[in-house]
Design a binder for this molecule. Structure first.
Ligand SMILES: *[C@@H]1O[C@H](CO)[C@@H](O)[C@H](O)[C@H]1NC(C)=O
Ligand SMILES: *[C@@H]1O[C@H](CO)[C@@H](O)[C@H](O)[C@H]1NC(C)=O
Ligand SMILES: *[C@@H]1O[C@H](CO)[C@@H](O)[C@H](O)[C@H]1NC(C)=O
Ligand SMILES: *[C@@H]1O[C@H](CO)[C@@H](O)[C@H](O)[C@H]1NC(C)=O
Ligand SMILES: *[C@@H]1O[C@H](CO)[C@@H](O)[C@H](O)[C@H]1NC(C)=O
Length: 321
């Protein structure tokens, strides 16, 4: 049993040595099988050179499989780098002793999706591997607005918009009120293709006779064509004016109580003015007629009445002028 297994191992070992005449077995290129890129973002196609001993990299070539011509996207050859705009070594200062030969796409586009091939030649052998890149475009978080924009009166119809851009296929927008009810059925969705192969979505929900007592907070969610949610936003119906005062009834009642306040205010001011004029006149009269009786009366009560005390001071002040 044991002799049989050890013989088997010996045989396998021999076989390996005999077939391993090529140096290729000493160098391997380990790449991720696929990478899911996102439109407008960076992508990393990761490949690492694995060798049983220290090796020196002679050339590295990154190409699109089935791409236009043989032009490499990135090439290291004879100590020189050449690359197409937007493609570079992932390692910032890559050199021939760095086994991380990953490719970096600085700004992933829809057209970048496909198969990529990495070829490495070293002083101990060559290796090639492929990696596939898929690119999706995500819808951005939606923005919401309403028509009318604000100062919405109770019992009027309000149209709420939920807009999003950036998807690469027609997406969906779902609506929910603050109680969690699905109001998507009452909404209208318009999808438009924007110039750079992406879509913009605009969905409008009309809330009939909006009131404080109903739902005042609506949410919308953006989904890609497979139904996966990519964004969410919520919106409070702006019953309040941007100036900060409350709407219809609030402003109505404001005018209702503002009028009496104005009348009372002006009455009070008038009364005060009359009082002041009256006082000044009496003081002047006192001055002119050298009114000892008034003065003596005030002086005599100085100690007993604090209010009169003040009055005296006022008169004295006036006297100096
Ligand atoms: C491989 O290189 C490293 C440094 O570059 C060195 O320390 C190590 O001894 C080398 N190994 C072999 C097997 O040559
Ligand atoms: C290769 O380099 C890239 C960029 O520096 C890095 O993100 C990645 O993790 C590296 N891979 C390995 C296996 O070290
Ligand atoms: C959403 O789109 C509609 C229709 O195109 C537009 O009237 C509205 O202003 C947009 N709202 C936002 C927040 O972009
Ligand atoms: C909301 O309604 C839409 C359309 O009626 C439907 O497709 C969607 O599945 C509903 N979503 C939820 C979470 O119920
Ligand atoms: C509206 O509802 C959402 C959840 O559906 C919540 O996160 C948000 O804070 C609410 N907005 C306001 C202004 O209450």
């Amino acid at each position: 049993m044991t002799s049989a297994t050890s013989f088997l191992f010996f045989a396998i070992h021999l076989a390996c040595i005999s077939t391993g005449n090529s140096s290729e077995t000493f160098v391997k290129l380990e790449c991720e099988e696929e990478y899911h890129g996102v439109y407008g973002q960076q992508s990393l196609l990761q490949c690492i050179v694995k060798a049983v001993q220290n090796v020196t990299i002679l050339t590295v070539t990154w190409k699109r499989v089935g791409g236009d011509g043989d032009a490499p996207l990135l090439e290291y050859h004879k100590h020189a780098n050449a690359s197409t705009l937007g493609f570079k070594f992932a390692e910032p200062s890559w050199n021939k002793d760095n086994m991380n030969v990953s490719l970096w796409l600085t700004n992933t586009k829809m057209a970048d999706k496909g198969e990529y091939e990495c070829m490495v030649r070293t002083d101990s052998g060559d290796a090639t591997a492929t990696i596939s890149l898929s690119v999706t475009a995500m819808y951005k978080s939606p923005t919401m607005s309403s028509s009318p924009e604000n100062c919405i009166k109770q019992n009027t119809d309000v149209t709420i918009f939920c807009n999003s851009t950036g998807g690469h296929q027609t997406g969906l927008i779902w609506w929910f009120d603050e109680f969690g009810a699905n109001c998507t059925g009452s909404a209208e969705l318009v999808a438009k293709k924007t110039d750079d192969t992406l879509f913009s979505l605009s969905s409008k929900l009309t809330v009939l006779k909006a009131t404080y007592s109903g739902s005042t907070n609506y949410s919308c969610t953006v989904h890609n064509t497979n139904g996966v949610q990519e964004g969410k936003a919520s919106f409070e119906i702006p019953f309040v004016c941007s100036a900060g005062s409350k709407d219809d009834f609030a402003s109505d009642s404001t005018t209702q109580w503002l009028a009496p306040v104005g009348v009372i205010g002006s009455l009070v001011i008038g009364l005060l003015a009359a009082l002041l004029i009256f006082k000044r006149r009496s003081v002047q009269r006192a001055r002119r007629q050298s009114t000892f009786p008034l003065m003596t009366h005030l002086w005599s009560s100085r100690t007993s009445e604090p209010y009169l005390n003040l009055t005296v001071d006022y008169i004295n002040e006036d006297w100096k002028l």
